[in-house]
Design a protein around this ligand. Structure first.
Ligand SMILES: Cc1cc2nc3c(=O)[nH]c(=O)nc-3n(C[C@H](O)[C@H](O)[C@H](O)COP(=O)(O)OP(=O)(O)OC[C@H]3O[C@@H](n4cnc5c(N)ncnc54)[C@H](O)[C@@H]3O)c2cc1C
Length: 421
């Protein structure tokens, strides 16, 4: 099932290595999340590569624990010093623009960093829709560290009985609602269609039962059309009091690729071929939530970011070695939704991410979920100590790619590709 890197292929032959000792290759990784840190560590398979990781914060953010930070049931940051392999240079700054002509990255501080190869791993952001009146002004997103911290402060100032509305009942919204309900909060979860749509009917029923038992009002079909300071308005005109509204419906991505003149999909993810190489520039490779392989992106998840990060590094290593990069592989094992600290639903899925009936609820589910969360950080540390130890699933069938790959120049895009300028 698992797939290990062919280190010999990636290191190239002896002759080439002797040439490479004369010139070191500079690889810059933008974004120190799950994909970026794994990619940076994996690049250490070669010792003639100078690796620079650019990230705006000095600490790694465990985004999959941000709902715990909000509810004060856990922390969500880890010191990079414990995650990054020896020799990796961490630049705490934000990339403002990638200049592909001069192969430099302009930083918010005014500095620039030069690269020979670049790994684009800027992740995703919480998106509050502009077309829902009041959402940007009054709703609290959760998907980034600063948003989660702001939300926690707001909750601290709120009376324990005050009505809290969580909009969006995907994994993030449900985990947030559950965490707050376990704290005894008065929570309404607005699903806008269906609770936990990625789960099986059985898994969904189990989660709904847990939530209802803790007093969460689940409004399954209802859609929020307006957010007010102390209320939410629904599509049917109903107005419900909401002292605090959390918005988890929808993710966006940073616009760095588009700002840098690189082609993206409609959401703004960097458009790549199946080797994760930008369709515009063979020196730029993407991974994680901000990658759109063949315009058919994977579900935004730590699970896919962790599989793509090392493979993006492999593509760079192959190019350095002068060998053909491999097409990416991935597979989903399922999805895990925590329900507070003592329960969860571990939903098993086919490798194409469609749920099967089998799921594990309750305390055993919670133990598995916690092990998965710990395992992601453990996996990054292991890659830092032992580059090449990451694995990924062989994967089921990919939807037909819309992009063809080339190692010598920009890839070509077929007419079926949707792009934004
Ligand atoms: C509350 C919550 C719970 C979740 N639970 C799960 C779960 O249970 N399972 C699961 O699989 N997924 C879960 N996810 C989703 C998961 O966290 C993301 O899909 C995952 O973090 C993506 O990894 P990534 O490496 O692509 O990006 P990220 O982890 O987002 O990392 C990207 C990094 O790039 C940095 N960056 C952004 N812009 C720039 C720039 N211009 N210059 C430099 N650096 C930049 C960011 O600051 C960040 O550090 C959850 C998300 C949230 C918010």
């Amino acid at each position: 099932m698992s797939h290990r890197a062919d280190a010999r292929c990636l290191e190239g032959n002896t002759h080439e290595r002797s040439i490479m000792t004369e010139k070191r290759t500079r690889v810059v990784v933008i974004g120190g999340g799950y994909a970026g840190t794994l990619a940076a560590n994996h690049l250490r398979l070669r010792d003639d590569v100078d690796i620079t990781l650019i990230n705006p914060r000095p600490q790694f953010v465990e985004r999959i624990r941000l709902h715990q930070l909000v509810a004060d049931s856990g922390s969500a940051t880890v010191d990079y010093a414990t995650l990054l392999g020896e020799g990796i240079r961490l630049v705490v700054d934000a990339a403002e623009r990638i200049d592909t002509a001069s192969r430099t990255v302009a930083l918010a501080s005014g500095d620039t960093v030069a690269y020979d190869y670049l790994i684009y791993a800027v992740g995703s952001t919480g998106a509050v829709p502009a077309d829902v009146p009041g959402a940007a002004e009054f709703a609290y997103p959760i998907a980034e560290l600063e948003y989660a911290q702001r939300l926690r402060t707001a909750l601290d100032e709120l009376h324990a009985d005050a009505p809290v509305t969580v909009v969006g009942a995907g994994l993030t919204g449900t985990e947030t609602a559950a965490e707050l309900a376990e704290q005894g909060r008065n929570v309404t979860l607005v699903c806008g269609g269906r609770l936990l749509p990625s789960l099986s009917q059985q898994g969904r029923r189990s989660a709904a039962k847990w939530l209802r038992k803790r007093g969460v009002k689940i409004l399954e079909a209802d859609v929020v059309t307006e957010v007010r300071q102390h209320a939410v308005v629904f599509a049917d005109g109903a107005v419900r009091p909401s002292a605090l509204t959390v918005w988890t419906a929808g993710f966006g991505v940073p616009d760095l690729a588009a700002r840098s003149g690189l082609r993206t999909d409609a959401v703004g993810r960097l458009l790549t071929d199946e080797t994760l190489t930008s369709v515009d520039d063979p020196r730029i490779v993407a991974a994680g939530d901000s990658a759109s392989p063949s315009g058919v992106p994977l579900r935004m998840s730590c699970q896919s970011a962790s599989q793509l990060g090392p493979q993006a590094a492999n593509t760079v290593l192959s190019r350095i070695a002068g060998t053909e990069p491999a097409a990416m592989q991935y597979g989903f094992a399922g999805s895990n939704v925590s329900l507070g600290r003592r329960a969860a639903v571990i939903q098993f899925a086919r490798q194409d991410d469609t749920a099967v009936r089998f799921y594990i609820p309750g305390r055993l589910g919670a133990a598995i979920k916690e092990a998965v969360c710990k395992g992601t950080v453990w996996g990054i540390r292991r890659e830092s100590r032992k580059p090449g130890s990451s694995f990924w699933f062989k994967g089921g069938p990919r939807p037909e790619p819309n992009v063809t790959s080339t190692t010598s120049g920009p890839s070509t895009v077929t007419s079926r590709m949707r792009t934004v300028s």
